[in-house]
Design a protein around this ligand. Structure first.
Ligand code: MEV
Length: 318
């Protein structure tokens, strides 16, 4: 009896939240994002047809995976399975994690043992950009590298790579931050990134106030970087709350996000919505995680206590 050998590769990506600078980063302003240990696994197997979770691969249901395969895969058909702890459309980077883990798994199938982070992050950004029509490399770089990542206009210490797209230039750095506990609050309302990014774009194009707000968010992120360097949790928290107010004035908050941010105000250093907004999650910085989580729950959200994850994308089985 002959045995058929199928090659199977499993790649796992962390999720992420944005600590400072979402939306503004799309216009080249700085941002700081944190990888978290919510795993998204892609299981890729050589197969007779391209499928995702048993369904024929198609643009409508699997835009990111299809684009990754179309642009970066030269081999035969692959069956992809997604096993994810990352809630979708919640601001925690599920599309970036799918893209990054898919590309890593494909590279594994092609015989690569070690992930080359820079090349992978750049390909993942191109996939996200082409699916969403507009994006920054924040989510894809954070899921690739893990840890904490800072995007800046200029190269500085601990530079990882540089991404140029149209008029924008982002220098992506590894950032060390003080030991801190964050609590996420999920509104369980879906926020669609491309819709929120397009909404801010329309406002930016017609309003000087919106353009000024984007610049102010950029300045806050630079200040936050200094506060992180000093381990000044009080200053970081205050800047988070200020950043939230600017995001609200851009029109990307909603009632539930406001409710959750308000609910944690007396238990945390500061809080803000995180990611594209319009639903999704908020994040609080606190040294009383249990009480903060309870306050989120009492206000109708789903809390999750998280710590930054050291691990970026990796191949766990080949
Ligand atoms: C989404 O997680 C973050 C945004 O800034 C979009 C992006 O950076 O691509 C809203």
């Amino acid at each position: 009896m002959s045995t058929i050998h199928q090659t199977v590769v499993i790649a796992v990506s962390p999720a992420k939240f944005i600590l400072f600078g979402e939306h503004a980063v799309v216009y080249g302003e700085p941002a700081i994002a944190v990888a978290i240990d919510l795993p998204l696994r892609i299981i890729a197997t050589e197969a007779k047809a391209f499928t995702v979770d048993g369904q024929a691969l198609n643009e409508r249901s699997h835009a990111y995976i299809k684009r990754a395969i179309d642009n970066y895969w030269e081999g035969g058909p692959v069956a992809i399975e997604i096993r994810s702890d990352v809630p979708r459309a919640s601001g925690l980077g599920s599309s970036a994690a799918v893209t990054v883990a898919t590309l890593a798994a494909l590279r594994g199938l092609a015989g690569e043992d070690k992930i080359e982070e820079e090349a992978l992050a750049k390909s993942a950004f191109e996939v996200e950009f082409s699916v969403q029509g507009r994006a920054s490399p924040t989510d894809t770089s954070t899921c690739t590298h893990g840890n904490v990542v800072m995007l800046a206009r200029k190269a500085g210490e601990n530079l990882l790579w540089h991404v140029q797209k149209e008029d924008n230039s982002w220098y992506i750095h590894h950032l060390d931050i003080p030991d801190a506990t964050f609590v996420l609050g999920n509104t369980r309302q879906r926020g669609r990134t491309w819709e929120m990014v397009a909404k801010v774009r329309r406002y930016y194009d017609k309003s000087g106030h919106a353009r000024e707000t984007i610049r102010e968010i950029g300045d806050m992120t630079l200040e936050a970087n200094k506060a992180l360097g000093k381990g000044d949790l009080v200053a970081i928290g205050e800047l988070m709350t200020k950043n939230h107010m600017r995001l609200s004035s851009l029109g990307v908050s909603n009632k539930m996000l406001e409710k959750l941010v308000k609910a944690v105000s007396s238990h945390s250093y500061g809080a803000k919505l995180t990611g594209a907004g319009g639903g999704g999650c908020m994040v609080a910085l606190t040294d009383r995680p249990e009480r903060t989580a309870k306050a989120i729950e009492n206000a109708g959200g789903t809390p999750m206590i998280v710590k930054p994850s050291k691990q970026g994308v990796r191949i766990v089985k080949k």
